[in-house]
Design a protein around this ligand. Structure first.
Ligand code: MN
Ligand code: MN
Length: 320
């Protein structure tokens, strides 16, 4: 079956630093037709409230993803053999008009969904997940497994602006895109605006697993609970790179100390195996604040980890 699927450029034939930069050295294609999973960039950070720069994330993650190889060394998953994956490029964006930006992003992801492929996106700031969910969850609410330092469930900023990277999951619940009873947020930490900041999320039924609880329990226990919360229904996975500690991922807009190590992040994502994933993303990689590409490298590797738990979903749906 693998012969008919897109394959990465072989680094034994063409060195990793040569050629055009695409996600995981896969072919660049112009539509998602025939794909199982579409790697797609969302170069937009119009929702950023502090340090901007995540608009440059997709290009740098593409560059660092040239280091990705074909086989997951723990699970043995070979994603490019069991799913047809390619780089569909970046969705259309508008850097100077927030609402038009959201419309364009939704349209780009809707085209991927209409082609029958699952989107695996690289942002962009975390507001980009809202238009992605509008496309992915158009017909029914989905569950959410969310790795982040922040809950991103605030109501508004700057006198009533309801669309920022601090509000996407509140909007998504209000729009009926997410089932809050099937939502879990992992890695939450850092100072907050008010003691009541997380009350709304909790009142909706969202399970918040603070970093301190993760440290107590470890990845296996936390992800056992996360898988139970998501259940067997369709689930979206969103990974904010600021869930990783800024000593390992400094290139992001809203850094919070006391985060996951890259090794802990890998372990967490691997434990998503078995969840019915209908789309996923890695967001908030901001290359202008990065050092030696380390944040983009972490993002590229988390992208591969996500791909290696998504590709088996394709195989299961195929009945394989
Ligand atoms: Mn976030
Ligand atoms: Mn965050």
């Amino acid at each position: 079956m693998s012969a008919q699927f897109h394959q990465p450029v072989d680094a034994a034939e063409v060195p990793r630093f040569a050629g055009h930069s695409t996600f995981m050295r896969l072919p660049a294609v112009t539509s998602a037709d025939g794909l199982d999973i579409a790697l797609v960039g969302i170069p937009w950070d119009g929702g950023t409230t502090n340090r901007a720069g995540a608009r440059h994330g997709p290009r740098e993650v593409r560059n660092q993803s040239s280091l990705i190889r074909r086989v997951h060394h723990v699970s043995g998953v070979e994603p490019f053999s069991i799913a047809n994956v390619a780089d569909v490029g970046d969705v259309s964006v508008n850097p100077i008009d927030l609402m038009d930006g959201l419309t364009r992003i939704e349209a780009g992801i809707a085209a991927i969904v209409a082609a029958g492929a699952l989107p695996l996106a690289v942002g962009g700031d975390h507001l980009t997940t809202l238009p992605v969910l509008r496309a992915v969850a158009k017909n029914r609410p989905v569950g959410l497994i969310h790795f982040d330092a922040h809950t991103d469930t605030n109501d508004s900023y700057f006198g009533g602006n309801r669309y920022t990277h601090g509000t996407p999951f509140r909007r998504a619940i209000e729009e009926g895109l997410l089932d809050p009873k099937r939502m879990v947020q992992i890695g939450i930490r850092g100072s907050i605006y008010d003691t009541t900041d997380h009350d709304w999320a909790k009142s909706q039924g969202i399970r918040i697993i603070y970093m301190e609880e993760f440290v107590e329990r470890g990845a296996v226990s936390v992800m056992e609970e996360a898988r139970a919360i998501a259940g067997t229904g369709p689930t979206y996975v969103t990974f904010d790179i600021d869930s990783i500690d800024p000593s390992m991922a400094p290139g992001t807009g809203t850094p919070e100390i006391g985060g996951f190590s890259t090794r802990e992040a890998q372990a967490l994502v691997r434990l998503l195996a078995g969840v019915d994933i209908v789309g996923a993303d890695v967001v908030e990689v901001a290359p202008p604040f990065d050092l030696a590409g380390m944040t983009a490298l972490a993002g590229a590797n988390i992208l591969f980890e996500l791909l290696c738990v998504m590709a088996p979903c394709i195989e299961r749906r195929r009945g394989g």
